[in-house]
Design a protein around this ligand. Structure first.
Ligand code: NG6
Ligand code: CA
Length: 510
């Protein structure tokens, strides 16, 4: 018995030794990783990034205990492409079909591609996707909501999934767990159409009297829980989610996954619905911010962060867990519902000092809050290093000792020293994607001439399009007010050539 125990202990030592094999001179490690990915949260939306009218104590605490980045970017100024890029390490604009996905899109991530969760699975992690997916589900024929929903997250590297399949403003308004719609009554099957109304089911357009929150643009098709949505849906009554409970449901699922897997390394991708539209926060938060549902949703998001941190603390995992907090794109105030976000905004600046917002090529489109906490490993403070979420794959691969092939994650750089704030040196450049592709290199931002509209009047956001090329010196002009392209023709030419090179080469990594 004694000998067996000794043997086991020796094997244990052997395994530990294996786990800390030196990779390029640095030891591979396997901390737990929790990635809390907010939706449409702007650079200026939380108090540790300068918001004054709203207080986000839990997010601020993360920032105090970790590193707060001031020049980190989502790859794109909308959701689907940012998520695609972050999970694959490949800029979404290289891959057709990665625009904002309809609610009945087929799985967008190719199954033969390395992914962030797949790489971590290889490193021995249990991986979960919880919350907003918006990357399509099902084969080329699209999702079978009443049958097996496959392929999906489980086929691209996740061991477990509990999802809102697209967005809360897109049908079907049901949860998907692994391969099935949760709580579906076979006697009441789901029908979804993104083309025409289904029978005589009420719609936001025809029956506005049934709405508890009216649309300001779009969102006038199916009515679910008194909210008009994009797309038509009938059936699945027992499976419908309750908007007020979305945050709690996702947070609880993440907590159970963490609790269940506390003995092994885990990766939880918790993609919150907050603060996307429709903003229908729980009564615990409704009316609490004084800024209407958009502000209340920020408070609810902060609560989610607090509950996750409390759980890690309670399970004594707080020191051995990297917590990453970020957002998929910049902020929008009116994104299609009359929820008083505009009227109650007051002095709050969702973009902080930046120009533009969601959908925009200006910096507020992609520059987002990003905080990394890992006690004892991350140097506390603020970093201005230029980083992209597309780098998470190569960075965490380096951390966990996983090697990447030349073709894998072609735009992802190992930025581990910057990520842990051991260094202030970020990327040399990055490509930001809105309607147009821009390049940021050092202090300079170059937006090529583009034909699109200058402003989206529905959302009241400047899109950054201009028939003339634009060049901004972000060091002196963070708010992109003075276009200096005309006085720097050589630099414009150089940046245009660099952008072209990255675009045509198929990879940003050398
Ligand atoms: C737009 C929607 C907007 C939002 C966005 C996607 C209308 C009028 N607007 O088309 O409400 O859903 O798509 O947002 O329908 S994202 O954050 O998921 O990219
Ligand atoms: Ca978004």
């Amino acid at each position: 018995m004694k000998r067996l125990r000794l043997k086991l202990r020796m094997t244990g030592i052997g395994i530990c030794a294996l786990l800390s094999i030196s990779v390029y001179g640095q030891s591979a490690q396997r901390p737990n990783i929790v990635l809390i990915y907010a939706d449409d949260l702007g650079f200026g939306d939380v108090s540790c990034y300068g918001a004054k009218r709203i207080s986000t104590p839990n997010i601020d605490q993360l920032a105090r205990q970790g590193v707060r980045f001031t020049n980190a970017h989502a790859s794109s100024s909308t959701c689907t492409p940012s998520r695609y890029s972050m999970l694959t390490g490949e800029y979404a604009w290289r891959h057709a079909g990665t625009g904002i996905a309809p609610g009945n899109a087929a799985l967008i991530i190719p199954q033969d591609r390395i992914t962030l969760p797949g790489m971590l699975q290889r490193a021995g992690y249990q991986t979960a996707a919880i919350g907003k997916w918006h990357l399509g589900i099902g084969g080329p024929e699209g999702p079978d909501w009443n049958g097996e929903l496959k392929p999906g997250p489980l086929e691209v590297g996740f061991n477990y999934a509990f999802l809102m399949p697209a967005t809360a403003d897109r049908v079907p308004c049901v949860f998907v767990e692994d391969h099935r719609v949760v709580n579906l009554d076979p006697a009441d099957p789901i029908t979804v159409s993104y083309k025409q109304p289904l029978g005589d089911a009420p719609t936001g357009r025809n029956n506005p009297e049934l709405l508890k929150m009216k649309a300001s643009h779009g969102h006038d098709q199916a009515i679910v829980n008194g909210v008009g949505r994009i797309g038509y849906m009938t059936g699945g009554k027992r499976a419908l989610w309750v908007d007020e409970d979305l945050a709690k449901t996702f947070t609880d699922k993440a907590i159970s996954f963490i609790t269940q897997h506390r003995q092994q390394p885990f990766f939880v991708y918790l993609a919150t619905h907050d603060i996307h539209v429709p903003r229908v926060p729980h009564s615990q938060f409704a009316g609490k911010s004084g800024m209407g549902p958009r502000g209340d949703a920020i408070l609810q998001l902060d609560w989610t962060v607090g509950r996750i941190m409390e759980t890690l603390q309670r399970l004594q995992l707080s020191d051995n867990t990297i917590v990453i907090f970020s957002s998929d794109n910049g902020p929008v105030v009116d994104d299609g519902y009359q929820d008083q976000a505009v009227e109650l905004l007051g002095s709050h600046r969702p973009s902080g000092p930046l120009r533009g917002g969601k959908y925009s090529a200006f910096d507020a489109g992609t520059r987002i809050p990003m905080i990394v906490r890992w006690p004892g490993q991350v140097k506390k403070g603020t970093s201005g290093a230029l980083l992209s979420q597309v780098d998470l794959l190569a960075t965490l691969a380096k951390l966990t000792g996983q090697s990447l092939g030349q073709e894998d994650a072609p735009d992802s750089f190992d930025m581990l020293p910057a990520f842990l704030h051991q260094s202030e040196k970020g990327r040399n450049s990055l490509v930001a994607h809105a309607g147009v592709l821009s390049i940021i290199r050092g202090d300079w931002k170059y937006i090529p001439a583009s034909k699109g509209p200058r402003k989206d009047n529905h959302v009241n956001i400047e899109l950054g399009n201009d028939p003339a090329p634009q060049l901004y010196d972000l060091r002196k002009d963070l708010g992109e007010q003075r276009n200096v392209a005309a006085t720097h023709p050589a630099l414009v030419k150089e940046l245009a050539a660099e952008l072209d090179r990255i675009r045509t080469k198929g990879s940003e990594r050398p």
